[in-house]
Write a protein of this length. Structure first.
Length: 293
């Protein structure tokens, strides 16, 4: 039952991840983690390569994905540990979400072009290895290019600590609702996904409920629990101590498995080192297993 775990890690198969699946598993072994879950954004391209590396290095790997969904008019991210990553139902969901993300990215880029920024869909697609790019990925491509060209419109993102969080600051300034390059989300419904994904082996866990774009309330979580939500990522790099206490209490009240995930990415989140979340324990994995159909 003992052993450290991290149930939310991104690989280079995500448009915003830096490390290969093998590298992540090697880091996990070096740091003494018993199990990790590679949960890339809307893709399971890390598998089966990641499973082969897991077997070779002796670190348990729990297949998963981080789905971009909509609930109550807001963007919510859903982790799916233990999902059957080769299943047709999951592939249909991922195709729908990926198409929506590509359309969203193209619209964002078009709006940035209209604002005078030098960026194109072709260069973003090339730099993200043809995986559907997130808003922060588009921002990173633009900021990297602007830094070389010394674009004065992007100067504030290179100053001091701003550089560390530059793509996220740009996202808030331009891509959030009310921003000049805002594009409405058109992805899948979280409730619809919960309605059938559990039959596919997954144990649905809401990622970083306290994130600035989610801010999940007790009423949100109660409704989602009734729809099939099984776990809540209580320990997250997004959460301050007060949020951890708040969501830990709700997980106990609503009988949701409390999980831990660093949301490690690499370069795009340099402030989050590998193994940053220390509260992950293998008991969480055992509790999730009990919720599987």
């Amino acid at each position: 039952m003992d052993g450290r775990v991290d149930l939310h890690i991104h690989s280079s198969k995500s448009s915003d991840g830096s490390f290969t699946p093998f590298h992540l598993l090697r880091l996990a072994k070096e740091q003494g983690l018993r199990a990790i879950s590679i949960s890339d954004h809307d893709t399971v391209e890390a598998y089966p390569e990641a499973l082969e590396s897991s077997s070779r290095l002796g670190v348990e790997l729990i297949p998963s994905v981080e789905l971009t969904t909509l609930f109550a008019g807001r963007e919510f991210h859903l982790l799916l540990p233990f999902v059957h990553w080769e299943s047709r139902p999951l592939k249909r969901i991922l195709k729908t979400v990926s198409q929506a993300r590509v359309e969203e990215a193209k619209e964002r880029i078009a709006k940035l072009q209209n604002l005078g920024f030098d960026i194109s869909w072709e260069e973003v697609n090339r730099k993200t290895k043809s995986t559907p790019p997130l808003g922060v990925t588009v921002a990173q491509v633009l900021i990297d290019k602007g830094k070389k060209e010394k674009n004065p419109a992007l100067e504030k993102y290179y100053q001091g600590q701003n550089l560390l969080f530059a793509p996220y600051f740009f996202y808030r300034d331009y891509f959030m609702e009310g921003g000049p390059a805002f594009v409405p989300k058109r992805t899948v419904s979280l409730v619809d996904v919960l309605g059938f994904i559990a039959k596919d082996g997954a144990v649905p866990v809401l990622a970083h409920p306290g994130a600035y774009f989610e801010r999940a309330t007790k009423d949100d979580l109660r409704a989602l629990k009734e729809s099939g939500l099984a776990g809540l990522e209580v320990y997250s790099s997004y959460h301050e101590s007060e949020q951890i206490i708040f969501y830990k209490g709700l997980s106990e009240e609503l009988d949701l498995v409390a999980t831990a995930g660093s949301d490690f990415h690499g370069r795009i989140k340099p402030h989050i080192p590998f193994g940053a979340i220390k509260e992950g324990n293998y008991r969480m994995v055992e509790e999730l297993k009990k919720r599987r159909y």
